[in-house]
Design a protein around this ligand. Structure first.
Ligand code: CO
Length: 178
């Protein structure tokens, strides 16, 4: 499927990734087109989740598919203006990456379950509890809407292990701006 909007991934340390994203105001065709293009880029990039700031948009939009598979659209989950209203359960460690930090991974600790209030792309409110991998993806992507990034959650050991890749991202960003 071709898309009218051509998004590109916003990489660390682009400043928009550090902003608290703004609420979506209108559930219109433009929002639907944005969501479609975000899914297209997420699948193309072999991700399982994507937040609007990662395509340069200052909006509270998340898309995810825990199978990372465009042929499993029943796994798609679109969250507009989401709020995580509860985080519960045992804290678990799991390796996470991020499309804005290519090649960088770390073991991140998060509670197993979260309860989310959000709207779907048509503006219908929802409240659902998630657990396991989907819950982890939601918590990771929700961080993006708050300006919190993978690098903030890396352990000191993982930060040290990834220091060259992190520095390369910073160098590339500066070079592109020079
Ligand atoms: Co991310």
């Amino acid at each position: 499927m071709s898309n009218e909007l051509e998004f590109r991934l916003t990489l660390y340390p682009t400043p928009i990734l550090r902003k608290r994203a703004k609420e979506v105001g209108a559930f219109d065709d433009a929002l639907k087109a944005t969501v479609e293009s975000m899914y297209a880029l997420m699948f193309e990039s072999r991700g399982v989740g994507l937040a609007a700031p990662q395509v340069g948009l200052d909006q509270r939009i998340l898309v995810l598919n825990d199978a990372g598979d465009a042929d499993k659209p029943e796994q798609n989950l679109t969250l507009i203006n989401p709020t995580i209203v509860a985080r519960e359960g045992d804290k678990t460690l799991h390796e996470e990456g991020c499309l804005s930090f290519p090649g960088i991974y770390g073991e991140i600790e998060r509670p197993d379950r979260c309860t989310v209030e959000a709207f779907d792309v048509d503006g219908n409110p929802m409240r659902r509890e998630f657990e396991g991998f989907v819950s982890r993806i939601i918590q990771h992507e929700y961080d993006h809407l708050e300006g919190i990034l993978l690098v903030d959650r890396l352990s000191p050991a993982d930060k040290l292990r990834n220091r060259h890749a992190l520095q390369e991202l910073v160098d590339n960003f500066r070079a592109a701006r020079a």
